[in-house]
Design a protein around this ligand. Sequence first.
Ligand SMILES: Nc1ncnc2c1ncn2[C@@H]1O[C@H](COP(=O)(O)OP(=O)(O)O)[C@@H](O)[C@H]1O
Ligand SMILES: [Mg+2]
Length: 322
Amino acid sequence: MTDPIPTVLVLCGGLSPERDVSIRSGRRVAEALRIQGLAVTTADVDSHLLATLTDARPDCVVPLLHGAAGEDGALADVLASFRIPFVGSPADAARFSFDKSIGKAAARSWGVPTPPAVALPHSMFRELGAKTLLDRLVAELGLPLVVKPTRGGSALGASIVTEPEQLPAAMVGAFAYGDVALIEHCVAGTEIAISIYESGGEPIALPAVEIVPDGVLYDYDARYTAGLTEFFCPARITTETAAAAADIALTVHRRMGLRDYSRVDLMVDGAGQPQFLEVDVAPGMTETSLFPLALDAAAKDLGTVFAGLVRAAIDRQLADRI
Ligand SMILES: Nc1ncnc2c1ncn2[C@@H]1O[C@H](COP(=O)(O)OP(=O)(O)O)[C@@H](O)[C@H]1O
Ligand SMILES: [Mg+2]
């Protein structure tokens, strides 16, 4: 007797500012899984979701929600409470990695280099008197700076500060996307991303993708408008730097307790040292996204990889390890 075809529910959309990107990621992965012969439906995360989960009872859920909607661990907790197998990191690991300031603190404690930074809540920014504090931070961290929300994505609310007087506006821009702004030293160098997927429970680092946006930041437009950014994969970095970057990415994936797949963003500084910026537990899967590019470079197929992750998630549940 042959095994029945697994039913898979791909979740995408959600209410985050990255809704459109998530829908594009969801469509792409759903199609890739269909080509693998799986029975795939897609759904949004809305008031119908719980009914869909209980009525349709999919064999596995693939959450492809970007931003807080899918990366702060809440959805993973909901799926686990319904005892539905899902692809991706467990709730606590997602929670830990979603906040950039917490992720950086953890990385630093494991000896992973990360640019100096300060996380400043909106309330403290107002209460302490912005000017004196910001002058102090500029002196401490050194210009240029990058200001971004601690819990954001797709570079929304992120900006570069090259002159001290630009800092207040940059802070306000970050606060539009969250209550805490991360003020981080801006690393001049090469931006790379290392995508990771697990095979047989072992994380594998894919070749580094180098990102060359047409502006300074790899911002929202640069990410999702075809042709605005140049990618090099493998990245134009030395073998030693590539190995150090893969090592950092695997350390972060393992020690944060991440599962199935992730993507680590790094800046390689002038000395060739990769510096950890952040890790995504639900990286983009669109036509212009880094994870699928890295798979292509390694001659791996997105559908085959995700079908493997679906099977692993179903097996976890059979072994009672959702
Ligand atoms: N410290 C930094 N130095 C240089 N560039 C940075 C730094 N932090 C962020 N960037 C730029 O901003 C973009 C977004 O930052 P990142 O930390 O990856 O957050 P997210 O992708 O979640 O918005 C990066 O892709 C990079 O282009
Ligand atoms: Mg990023």
